[in-house]
Design a protein around this ligand. Structure first.
Ligand code: GLN
Length: 288
């Protein structure tokens, strides 16, 4: 059997990509097809609209179709592209970093008033992002608050290399340093804000995660112990010793964990200052 002819133009390629993904039952097939064509055929949404009949080379078409096949088999689209947008920043992903989620932007927005107040008072502010992964939270905060500086920690050296690369690529390398640390293990100094999106999935719920999460996000970034609250207990136990005067702690929580996490922090003497809901209306971020 001869090889099937490769699609010769952008619109034919895009339609073929879309059809393959629809037939594989991929939700958001049209959107993912567009992202894949843009990335692997080296084009833009504007060009797709303005010049749909632009010729594509066989190499471009092959790269697109290989990526479409991976997507059809269930690999998340951003894992295939190797990057994702978060808070307007382009962030590279690696197997040891959680893929940043739009819900986490809720956490970023929630802490901005606290950071701006701190800058108003002191002219600067310092941030510790624990379990920084791609660097998403720290870098988003640095992008919004030019006076801020951040330390990003992670237990994974590979994740820290990714965070570093993301800081360089987005122009924040002078205000962002990485440090390998198991929670507060290597932390001696104090900060104006300690922030984290820690692993918070309970053991019994790990199997219920969607396959795309379970198979492609790192377990260390997901599994929060028997009841999902281990990381909050570790953070709450020691954060007080690493906060400047008027400092705050902010964490992302699972969609039904807000009450339990408030209790964990309350028993270490923290007062809840604000709670923010995600796009689905679940309490998703808490500031203490
Ligand atoms: N929000 C992620 C998920 O449920 C979990 C991230 C985390 O545990 N911090 O897919």
């Amino acid at each position: 059997m001869g090889e099937a002819r490769l699609p010769g133009s952008l619109d034919v390629l895009l339609r073929q990509a879309r059809t393959i993904l629809r037939e594989a039952g991929i939700a958001g097939a049209a959107f993912d097809a567009r992202l894949i064509v843009e990335h692997f055929a080296g084009t833009s949404q504007a060009e797709l609209i303005a010049s749909p009949d632009r010729a594509v080379t066989d190499d471009e078409a092959k790269a697109v179709l290989a990526a479409v096949r991976e997507r059809a088999e269930g690999k998340p689209v951003h894992r295939i592209l190797g990057y994702r947008e978060f808070y307007g920043l382009k962030l590279m992903l690696s197997p040891e970093t959680l893929e940043p989620r739009p819900d986490t932007e809720t956490l970023v927005d929630m802490v901005l008033p606290h950071l701006r107040q701190t800058v108003g008072r002191k002219g600067t502010c310092t941030i510790l992002d624990m379990g920084t992964g791609t660097g998403a939270i720290a870098l988003a905060l640095l992008s919004a608050v030019p006076e801020a500086r951040a330390v990003g920690t992670d237990i994974s050296g590979h994740a820290l290399a990714t965070a570093r690369a993301n800081a360089d690529m987005n122009g924040y390398s002078e205000r962002f340093v990485t440090r390998r640390s198991d929670w507060f293990g290597e932390i001696e100094e104090s900060f104006d804000l300690i922030v984290s999106n820690p692993p918070y999935i309970a053991t019994a719920e790990m199997d219920d995660l969607p396959g795309e999460v379970r198979k492609h996000d790192p377990i260390t970034a997901l599994h929060g112990g028997a009841d999902g609250l281990d990381a909050y207990r570790k953070i709450a136990a020691k954060a007080g010793r690493h906060l400047n005067a008027a400092g705050a702690v902010a964490v992302e929580v699972g969609s039904s964990q807000a009450i339990d996490v408030k209790e964990v922090f309350a028993s270490s003497g923290f007062r809840t200052a604000s709670v923010a809901a995600d796009l689905a209306g679940h309490d998703r971020a808490i500031l203490f």
